[in-house]
Design a protein around this ligand. Structure first.
Ligand SMILES: Nc1ncnc2c1ncn2[C@@H]1O[C@H](COP(=O)(O)OP(=O)(O)O)[C@@H](O)[C@H]1O
Ligand SMILES: [Mg+2]
Length: 364
């Protein structure tokens, strides 16, 4: 029997990061070692339909894959559940050994799809249900970071309803705790969607209402005047951290435009120009954050280094970070000795290892 493994790459998804996912998936498909792995592709459209796809990889990033998948007789059927999508992809004896959900944001990186794979009994790349859910929910991740003793900025959490019913007390809380400028963001979102820098009191309400469009819970954070430093973590029970990199956003902060639309005018510097002891400290915090949230496979942990004091402050963790060949996560590992193709292979192996480790007596 051949020990070749069949990997299902899932891309797209019902998330504000649908496009980013398609680029990440296209890069994975171009670089996965096809001497070692057979590959199936499953795309999730923005309206949540699952389609098995066997067309050119080059049409995934552009979005043209969808029309082709829908027009093909074989893929006419709109697949509504993971179970049926996987069954379709497994037709003709193509049993799927492991799933790589190259999905960012809500419905892909937040534990929901991970729950589906758990129920289907299929190994999958990345964090499990708990790690994904905690990593996605910034307000909850902060509770765990605090328990772990990781340094954070000041923050407040509100729910959508409070914006109108308790606005005056929100204003006084903010003025008392951190004042202006501050940052307002949805607790669950990504790619800076719904994130605002609030320069003064008069901008607060609109920022809260914007964030509330993306999530029921909203964070207000102290503005950290600092550099943005990121670190990649890889592994399961014994995770390791890469070197660290710095992002130099081209806009006032690292907003959606600075991340994806301004060509190469936002810059990445690897390794970040920081003293060795600070790099080690950030790497140590990254592994501790990964462990505290019960992550597995991969995560990118993002920090600020405060101007003036050089204080290290954890910002957030991303359990399925941007994963093209030129994304920070891949570049950090390339600079730390693991090229992109090998990274993909390690992640697949980690998925299989985790699946074995998670087996319980009751499953037998
Ligand atoms: N408290 C803060 N102080 C200063 N800048 C911030 C703060 N929070 C977020 N930012 C800026 O906004 C960007 C996006 O916020 P982040 O919390 O990382 O959300 P996302 O999950 O959307 O990436 C950050 O990369 C940074 O540029
Ligand atoms: Mg971020």
């Amino acid at each position: 029997m051949s020990d070749r493994k069949r990997v299902a790459i899932i891309f797209g998804g019902q998330s504000s990061e649908h496009e980013v996912s398609r680029f990440s998936a296209e890069a994975v498909l171009r670089n996965i070692d096809t001497d070692k792995y057979d590959v199936s592709m499953i795309g999730i459209t923005k309206d949540g339909s699952w389609l098995s796809y066997d067309g050119p990889i080059s049409l995934i990033g552009t979005g043209e894959w969808q029309a082709l998948a829908e027009s093909r007789e074989k893929s006419q059927q709109v697949l509504l559940t993971a179970g049926s999508a996987i069954a379709e992809a497994e037709k003709d004896n193509k049993k799927i050994d492991v799933v790589f959900p190259v999905l960012h944001g809500c419905n892909g990186e937040d534990g929901t799809i991970q729950g589906l794979f758990e129920l289907a009994g299929i190994p999958y790349v990345g964090c499990g249900v708990l790690g994904s859910a905690l990593g996605m929910d910034k307000a909850y991740a902060k509770i765990v970071f605090e328990k772990e003793g990781l340094p954070q900025g000041k923050y407040l959490v509100y729910n959508r309803k409070q914006i109108n019913s308790e606005f005056d007390s929100i204003v006084s809380d903010v003025e008392l705790t951190m004042s202006f400028p501050c940052f307002v963001k949805p607790s669950n979102a990504g790619s800076s969607v719904g994130v605002s820098k609030v320069h003064c009191k008069s901008e607060l309400k609109d920022a809260l209402l914007l964030a509330a469009r993306y999530d029921r819970r909203i964070l207000v954070e102290e503005f950290i005047d600092g550099r943005e430093i990121e670190c990649a973590v890889l592994g399961n029970d014994e995770p390791v951290a890469s070197t660290v990199g710095e992002i130099i956003p081209c806009n006032e902060f690292y907003d959606y435009e600075a991340k994806y639309m301004s060509g190469d005018s936002s810059r990445i510097i690897i390794p970040a120009d920081l003293p060795a002891d600070m790099i080690d400290q950030i790497r140590d915090y990254s592994v501790r954050a990964f462990r505290a949230l019960d992550c597995s496979g991969l995560s990118r942990v993002d920090f600020f280094v405060r101007n003036g004091t050089n204080e290290i402050i954890i910002n957030e963790i991303n359990t399925m970070p941007g994963f093209t060949q030129i994304s920070m996560y891949s570049k950090l590992w390339a600079a730390s000795g693991i090229p992109y193709g090998e990274l993909i292979e390690r992640l697949i192996e980690l998925a299989l290892e985790r699946f074995e480790n998670n087996k319980r007596d009751i499953d037998n």
